[in-house]
Design a protein. Sequence first.
Length: 273
Amino acid sequence: MNHEADAAREHPPARADDARDAARGGVVVEDLAKVFADSQGRDVHAVRRLSFQARPGEVFGLLGPNGAGKTTTLRILATLLAPTSGRATIAGADVGSDPLGVRRKLGYLSTSTGLYPRLTPRETLRYCGQLFGLDAGPLEARIEALVDAFDLSSFGDRSCESLSTGQKQRVSIARAVLHEPEVLILDEPTTGLDILSTSDMITFIEGCRDRGTCVLLSTHVMSEAERLCERIGVLYEGRLLAVGTLAELRERTGVEYLDAIFRALVQDSRADA
Protein backbone atom coordinates (compact mmCIF):
# COMPACT_ATOMS: atom_id res chain seq x y z
CA MET A 1 0.00 0.00 0.00
CA ASN A 2 1.25 3.52 -0.81
CA HIS A 3 0.74 5.19 2.56
CA GLU A 4 2.19 8.50 1.38
CA ALA A 5 -0.31 8.75 -1.46
CA ASP A 6 -3.17 7.80 0.88
CA ALA A 7 -2.03 10.41 3.40
CA ALA A 8 -2.07 13.06 0.70
CA ARG A 9 -5.64 12.15 -0.20
CA GLU A 10 -6.81 11.96 3.42
CA HIS A 11 -5.10 15.12 4.66
CA PRO A 12 -5.31 17.83 2.01
CA PRO A 13 -2.93 20.79 2.33
CA ALA A 14 -3.89 23.37 4.94
CA ARG A 15 -5.18 26.73 3.84
CA ALA A 16 -2.54 29.44 3.56
CA ASP A 17 -4.10 31.37 6.46
CA ASP A 18 -3.91 28.27 8.66
CA ALA A 19 -0.26 27.78 7.81
CA ARG A 20 0.57 31.39 8.62
CA ASP A 21 -1.29 31.22 11.94
CA ALA A 22 0.43 27.99 12.92
CA ALA A 23 3.84 29.34 11.98
CA ARG A 24 3.29 32.51 14.03
CA GLY A 25 2.03 31.06 17.29
CA GLY A 26 1.24 27.38 16.78
CA VAL A 27 2.75 24.07 15.72
CA VAL A 28 3.80 22.98 12.24
CA VAL A 29 4.92 19.37 11.69
CA GLU A 30 6.21 18.29 8.27
CA ASP A 31 7.09 14.70 7.32
CA LEU A 32 8.30 13.97 10.85
CA ALA A 33 9.80 10.51 11.41
CA LYS A 34 11.52 8.74 14.28
CA VAL A 35 13.29 5.40 14.02
CA PHE A 36 14.69 3.52 17.01
CA ALA A 37 16.80 0.38 17.08
CA ASP A 38 15.48 -2.55 19.10
CA SER A 39 17.62 -4.86 21.25
CA GLN A 40 18.61 -6.85 18.14
CA GLY A 41 19.51 -3.80 16.09
CA ARG A 42 16.38 -3.83 13.95
CA ASP A 43 14.64 -0.58 13.01
CA VAL A 44 11.46 0.31 14.87
CA HIS A 45 9.47 3.07 13.17
CA ALA A 46 7.79 4.95 16.01
CA VAL A 47 6.66 7.90 13.87
CA ARG A 48 6.14 7.69 10.10
CA ARG A 49 5.99 10.79 7.84
CA LEU A 50 3.78 12.73 10.24
CA SER A 51 2.39 16.11 9.09
CA PHE A 52 -0.15 18.38 10.77
CA GLN A 53 -0.67 21.94 12.00
CA ALA A 54 -2.16 23.30 15.21
CA ARG A 55 -3.22 26.94 15.41
CA PRO A 56 -3.18 29.54 18.19
CA GLY A 57 -6.37 29.41 20.24
CA GLU A 58 -6.96 25.76 19.31
CA VAL A 59 -6.88 22.54 21.29
CA PHE A 60 -5.54 19.93 18.87
CA GLY A 61 -5.91 16.33 20.06
CA LEU A 62 -3.51 13.51 19.27
CA LEU A 63 -5.30 10.23 19.96
CA GLY A 64 -4.19 6.65 19.66
CA PRO A 65 -3.44 3.48 21.65
CA ASN A 66 -0.24 2.85 23.56
CA GLY A 67 2.60 2.52 21.09
CA ALA A 68 0.91 4.67 18.43
CA GLY A 69 3.67 7.29 18.51
CA LYS A 70 1.90 10.05 20.47
CA THR A 71 4.41 10.49 23.28
CA THR A 72 7.37 10.14 20.89
CA THR A 73 5.91 12.90 18.73
CA LEU A 74 5.32 15.18 21.69
CA ARG A 75 8.81 14.55 23.07
CA ILE A 76 10.30 15.50 19.70
CA LEU A 77 8.28 18.72 19.71
CA ALA A 78 9.50 19.42 23.24
CA THR A 79 13.13 18.94 22.04
CA LEU A 80 13.59 15.92 24.33
CA LEU A 81 14.17 13.64 21.33
CA ALA A 82 15.78 14.39 17.97
CA PRO A 83 13.75 13.41 14.89
CA THR A 84 15.25 10.96 12.42
CA SER A 85 13.92 13.07 9.55
CA GLY A 86 11.42 15.82 8.82
CA ARG A 87 11.03 19.07 10.69
CA ALA A 88 8.76 20.88 13.12
CA THR A 89 8.37 24.41 14.43
CA ILE A 90 6.90 25.75 17.67
CA ALA A 91 5.65 29.33 17.27
CA GLY A 92 8.16 29.74 14.44
CA ALA A 93 11.16 28.25 16.30
CA ASP A 94 12.67 25.16 14.66
CA VAL A 95 12.82 22.07 16.87
CA GLY A 96 16.07 20.88 15.26
CA SER A 97 18.05 24.07 14.79
CA ASP A 98 16.71 26.26 17.61
CA PRO A 99 15.86 24.10 20.65
CA LEU A 100 16.41 26.95 23.12
CA GLY A 101 14.03 29.14 21.13
CA VAL A 102 11.46 26.34 21.25
CA ARG A 103 11.76 25.98 25.02
CA ARG A 104 11.20 29.69 25.54
CA LYS A 105 7.90 29.42 23.67
CA LEU A 106 6.75 26.04 24.94
CA GLY A 107 5.18 24.65 28.10
CA TYR A 108 5.37 20.86 28.48
CA LEU A 109 3.53 18.61 30.91
CA SER A 110 3.55 14.82 30.96
CA THR A 111 3.01 12.02 33.44
CA SER A 112 6.79 11.53 33.56
CA THR A 113 7.51 15.19 34.36
CA GLY A 114 8.90 15.10 37.89
CA LEU A 115 9.33 17.65 40.65
CA TYR A 116 12.38 18.11 42.83
CA PRO A 117 11.20 16.32 45.99
CA ARG A 118 12.93 18.56 48.54
CA LEU A 119 11.92 21.86 46.98
CA THR A 120 8.65 23.55 47.85
CA PRO A 121 6.24 24.64 45.11
CA ARG A 122 7.37 28.26 45.48
CA GLU A 123 11.04 27.22 45.34
CA THR A 124 10.30 25.06 42.29
CA LEU A 125 8.69 27.96 40.44
CA ARG A 126 11.47 30.34 41.46
CA TYR A 127 14.16 27.94 40.27
CA CYS A 128 12.43 27.33 36.93
CA GLY A 129 11.86 31.05 36.45
CA GLN A 130 15.56 31.69 36.95
CA LEU A 131 16.34 29.05 34.34
CA PHE A 132 14.07 30.93 31.93
CA GLY A 133 15.96 34.13 32.72
CA LEU A 134 12.99 35.96 34.24
CA ASP A 135 13.88 39.05 36.27
CA ALA A 136 13.52 38.71 40.04
CA GLY A 137 10.77 41.28 40.60
CA PRO A 138 8.42 40.17 37.81
CA LEU A 139 9.20 36.52 38.65
CA GLU A 140 8.05 36.88 42.27
CA ALA A 141 4.87 38.60 41.14
CA ARG A 142 4.26 35.82 38.61
CA ILE A 143 4.84 33.13 41.23
CA GLU A 144 2.28 34.66 43.58
CA ALA A 145 -0.21 35.01 40.71
CA LEU A 146 0.18 31.30 39.94
CA VAL A 147 -0.07 30.37 43.63
CA ASP A 148 -3.44 32.12 43.65
CA ALA A 149 -4.56 30.83 40.25
CA PHE A 150 -3.83 27.17 41.07
CA ASP A 151 -4.72 27.37 44.77
CA LEU A 152 -1.23 26.42 45.97
CA SER A 153 -1.19 28.65 49.04
CA SER A 154 -2.09 25.93 51.56
CA PHE A 155 0.93 23.82 50.55
CA GLY A 156 3.15 26.32 48.73
CA ASP A 157 5.87 26.08 51.38
CA ARG A 158 5.80 22.32 51.93
CA SER A 159 8.26 19.98 50.23
CA CYS A 160 6.96 18.54 46.95
CA GLU A 161 7.64 14.98 48.16
CA SER A 162 4.91 15.43 50.79
CA LEU A 163 2.21 16.47 48.32
CA SER A 164 -0.67 14.41 46.96
CA THR A 165 -0.90 13.45 43.29
CA GLY A 166 -3.39 16.23 42.59
CA GLN A 167 -1.30 18.82 44.41
CA LYS A 168 1.82 17.80 42.50
CA GLN A 169 -0.09 18.07 39.24
CA ARG A 170 -1.15 21.61 40.07
CA VAL A 171 2.46 22.55 40.76
CA SER A 172 3.52 20.93 37.48
CA ILE A 173 0.90 22.91 35.56
CA ALA A 174 2.02 26.14 37.20
CA ARG A 175 5.60 25.36 36.25
CA ALA A 176 4.60 24.63 32.64
CA VAL A 177 2.90 28.01 32.21
CA LEU A 178 5.29 30.06 34.38
CA HIS A 179 6.88 31.78 31.37
CA GLU A 180 3.51 32.30 29.62
CA PRO A 181 4.29 30.05 26.63
CA GLU A 182 2.63 30.42 23.25
CA VAL A 183 2.29 26.63 22.87
CA LEU A 184 1.36 24.13 25.57
CA ILE A 185 1.90 20.38 25.21
CA LEU A 186 -0.14 18.20 27.56
CA ASP A 187 0.55 14.46 27.51
CA GLU A 188 -2.15 12.59 29.47
CA PRO A 189 -2.62 15.52 31.89
CA THR A 190 -5.46 13.97 33.94
CA THR A 191 -3.84 10.59 34.60
CA GLY A 192 -4.09 9.76 38.30
CA LEU A 193 -6.29 12.76 39.15
CA ASP A 194 -9.56 12.58 41.06
CA ILE A 195 -12.83 13.96 39.72
CA LEU A 196 -12.41 17.49 41.09
CA SER A 197 -8.78 17.78 39.99
CA THR A 198 -9.73 16.50 36.53
CA SER A 199 -12.49 19.10 36.31
CA ASP A 200 -10.01 21.82 37.30
CA MET A 201 -7.60 20.62 34.59
CA ILE A 202 -10.31 20.74 31.92
CA THR A 203 -11.26 24.27 33.00
CA PHE A 204 -7.59 25.27 32.85
CA ILE A 205 -7.21 23.91 29.28
CA GLU A 206 -10.35 25.74 28.17
CA GLY A 207 -8.93 28.95 29.66
CA CYS A 208 -5.65 28.50 27.79
CA ARG A 209 -7.52 28.08 24.51
CA ASP A 210 -9.65 31.16 25.19
CA ARG A 211 -6.49 33.21 25.83
CA GLY A 212 -5.11 32.24 22.42
CA THR A 213 -2.65 29.55 23.47
CA CYS A 214 -2.09 26.65 21.09
CA VAL A 215 -2.68 23.45 23.10
CA LEU A 216 -1.52 20.05 21.88
CA LEU A 217 -3.35 17.40 23.91
CA SER A 218 -2.82 13.67 24.14
CA THR A 219 -5.38 11.73 26.15
CA HIS A 220 -6.93 8.28 26.43
CA VAL A 221 -10.13 9.78 27.86
CA MET A 222 -12.44 10.14 24.88
CA SER A 223 -14.93 12.38 26.70
CA GLU A 224 -12.14 14.89 27.36
CA ALA A 225 -11.16 14.93 23.70
CA GLU A 226 -14.78 15.33 22.59
CA ARG A 227 -15.26 18.28 24.95
CA LEU A 228 -11.95 20.07 24.44
CA CYS A 229 -10.58 19.48 20.95
CA GLU A 230 -11.43 21.64 17.97
CA ARG A 231 -9.65 19.13 15.75
CA ILE A 232 -8.33 15.63 16.33
CA GLY A 233 -5.54 13.64 14.73
CA VAL A 234 -5.81 9.85 15.01
CA LEU A 235 -2.47 8.02 15.23
CA TYR A 236 -1.94 4.31 14.76
CA GLU A 237 1.39 2.51 14.40
CA GLY A 238 3.16 5.82 13.88
CA ARG A 239 0.88 6.97 11.04
CA LEU A 240 -1.74 9.69 11.03
CA LEU A 241 -4.95 7.99 9.89
CA ALA A 242 -7.15 11.08 9.85
CA VAL A 243 -7.37 14.71 10.95
CA GLY A 244 -10.56 16.69 11.39
CA THR A 245 -13.24 18.09 13.63
CA LEU A 246 -15.41 15.62 15.49
CA ALA A 247 -18.21 16.32 13.01
CA GLU A 248 -15.89 15.64 10.07
CA LEU A 249 -14.65 12.38 11.61
CA ARG A 250 -18.24 11.30 12.27
CA GLU A 251 -19.18 12.01 8.69
CA ARG A 252 -16.18 10.10 7.38
CA THR A 253 -16.75 6.97 9.49
CA GLY A 254 -20.53 6.99 9.89
CA VAL A 255 -20.34 6.48 13.66
CA GLU A 256 -20.98 8.92 16.49
CA TYR A 257 -18.69 8.30 19.45
CA LEU A 258 -14.98 8.93 19.37
CA ASP A 259 -13.94 5.46 20.52
CA ALA A 260 -16.02 3.95 17.70
CA ILE A 261 -14.59 6.47 15.24
CA PHE A 262 -11.09 5.43 16.23
CA ARG A 263 -11.93 1.74 15.86
CA ALA A 264 -13.46 2.32 12.42
CA LEU A 265 -10.38 4.22 11.21
CA VAL A 266 -8.04 1.48 12.47
CA GLN A 267 -10.12 -1.22 10.82
CA ASP A 268 -10.03 0.68 7.51
CA SER A 269 -6.28 1.04 7.83
CA ARG A 270 -5.83 -2.68 8.45
CA ALA A 271 -8.09 -3.57 5.53
CA ASP A 272 -6.02 -1.37 3.19
CA ALA A 273 -2.65 -2.64 4.43
